[in-house]
Design a protein around this ligand. Structure first.
Ligand code: AMP
Length: 500
């Protein structure tokens, strides 16, 4: 018989007996202890059950980042519910799709959205939570008593996260209690998190990175977080002298590097800088080391798999790679049904307790991407070298096929990014009357005077002719989503007519 709640029991274990220790500190409000965090989560659970939430019911949440939203996440899981966070950037028609698909029992949103969402919420109860942690949810939570977490097994669902969906409809990735607990336990150990750590938490909490990697790892370790509502250079630099770790997307690191207050002295107390969710440029890695003395640890994962690979804590953190498969995770590179030998490029597949349970109500999509023997087809093109380091070459759908030849954008982007006068670039394929697709380089210059002709000349002789961009377009900034990922689809759409 299972009599506990698999995930909550584990998230709570490290702080049992240490309830008066701080879990979260904030730039502008009183700190919160572990005891307060979980007591609030219990009150949330009681309130949700009061609203009719039964085990397995979805609780959809589109709110600003607050510690109360973290209590809502924990409370939902305690109540036996399935937490369903939504990007705050989604518009009402977008949210309407998610609510229609997931049919939640309760919808929690910002008060400013309540009226609009009530119209698309179906039978769900709509309650509110604002950026200060106040709203009708808070009113329902205050005054509730303690709550015994509803028993949930390892393979019961704890969360559904919709994939970013850069193409086609977003799919709801179903994550079980064990998916989340096992992956975060692995990361805690691999990255050596302990109660002595202070993690700067500046990531959004509607995404796997901020919600699971950052929050769950800190809880499992009994570590403290400096809880920031979003990326804020001043707040991060202020927190750094007392902190030990930062988890960020690559743009965190480039923005911090742009600030002269980032120095070795300021980073002296830090032991670990982690990057993921999008590729970290080798250049950023090198600049960060030169400036702070720390080598950024890059890891790789996705909504469906939690984290799959990481550079080592000790041992070489190799720039441009995402390190090794984590303990308990297998990885292989496949092409045409065959495993590709070391050094070859193909589609990355992973297997392990980190891999999700399938897509919510999309058995065909699940069958396309999750093999019966547990291998998940990530859709990322990758290479595993002789030493076992994994390099992500790009999304399979971003691969360019020109005149029948495969072109991996990352190879060309790497060369262009290294040129003087270039900040960064994105290489895409767009329809071409002769070649099927034509290679286009979209380049963000650094300073004045960088021309497409100079870039083309620099690439000449370095790349086979078929790989050389047929057009080089200059642009002020690459389109990115909130996790810092370059939106190649938007670029392909923008330049679709270039060769027609
Ligand atoms: P998401 O599901 O939003 O977390 O997006 C996952 C995708 O982000 C992966 O499939 C990769 O394409 C990309 N990604 C995540 N981490 C990295 C990384 N360290 N380097 C390159 N791409 C990454």
């Amino acid at each position: 018989m299972y009599d506990d709640n698999h995930l909550i029991t584990r998230l709570r274990a490290a702080s049992l007996g240490h309830e008066t220790r701080n879990f979260a500190t904030f730039p502008a409000r009183a700190s919160m202890t572990f005891g307060e965090l979980f007591a609030g989560a219990e009150r949330n659970a009681a309130a949700l059950v009061g609203m009719g939430v039964q085990p397995g019911d979805r609780v959809a949440v589109q709110v600003d980042k607050t510690i109360e939203a973290i209590q809502l996440y924990l409370g939902t899981v305690m109540a036996g519910g399935v937490f369903l966070p939504l990007n705050t950037a989604y518009t009402t028609p977008e949210v309407a799709y998610f609510l229609g698909d997931a049919t939640p029992r309760v919808v929690v949103c910002d008060p400013a959205r309540a009226e609009d969402l009530a119209e698309v919420a179906g039978g769900a109860r709509v309650v509110t939570l604002d950026g200060k942690g106040l709203g009708s949810l808070t009113d329902a939570v205050v005054g509730r008593g303690g709550f015994d977490p509803v028993p949930r097994k390892a393979d019961d669902l704890a969360a559904i996260l919709y994939t970013s969906g850069t193409t086609g409809r977003s799919k709801g990735a179903m994550l079980s209690h064990a998916n989340l607990a096992a992956n975060s336990e692995t990361l805690r150990d691999y990255w050596r998190f302990t109660p002595a750590d202070v993690l700067i938490h500046a990531l959004p909490i509607f995404h796997t990175h901020g919600l699971f990697v950052a929050t769950n790892v800190a809880l499992l370790a009994g570590a403290r977080v400096v809880f920031l509502q979003g990326f804020d250079t001043d707040a991060i630099l202020d927190a750094m002298p007392q902190a030990t770790a930062l988890m960020g997307v690559p743009t965190f690191y480039t923005r911090l590097l742009a600030d002269p207050r980032l120095t070795k002295e300021r980073a002296e107390n830090m032991r670990l800088f982690i990057s993921g969710s999008a590729p970290l440029l080798v250049e950023t890695h090198e600049q960060w080391e030169a400036r702070t003395g720390h080598r950024i640890l890059e890891r790789y994962g996705m909504t469906e798999t939690n984290m799959s690979t990481s550079n080592p804590y000790e041992g070489e953190r190799r720039a441009g790679t995402v390190g090794f498969p984590l303990p308990g995770v297998e990885a292989r590179v496949m092409q045409d049904g065959q495993e590709v030998p070391a050094g070859g490029i193909g589609v990355l597949e992973v297997r392990g307790s980190n891999v999700f349970q399938g897509y919510w109500q999309m058995p065909e999509k699940t069958a396309e991407e999750l093999r019966p023997d547990g291998w998940f087809i990530t859709g990322d093109m990758a290479m595993i070298d002789e030493d076992g380091y994994v390099t992500i070459v790009g999304r399979e759908r971003d691969l360019v096929i020109t005149g029948g030849f495969n072109v991996y954008p990352k190879e060309i982007e790497g060369l262009i990014d290294d040129l003087p006068g270039v900040l960064e670039s994105a290489v895409i394929g767009v329809p071409h009357p002769d070649f099927g697709e034509g290679v286009v380089a979209v380049v963000v210059p650094e300073g004045e005077g960088t021309t497409p002709e100079a870039i083309a000349a620099a690439l000449d002789g370095q790349l086979a002719r078929f790989k050389q961009p047929k057009q080089i377009v200059m642009i002020d900034a690459l389109p990115r989503n909130t996790m810092g990922k370059v939106q190649k689809k938007a670029l392909r759409d923008a330049y679709a007519g270039l060769f027609s």
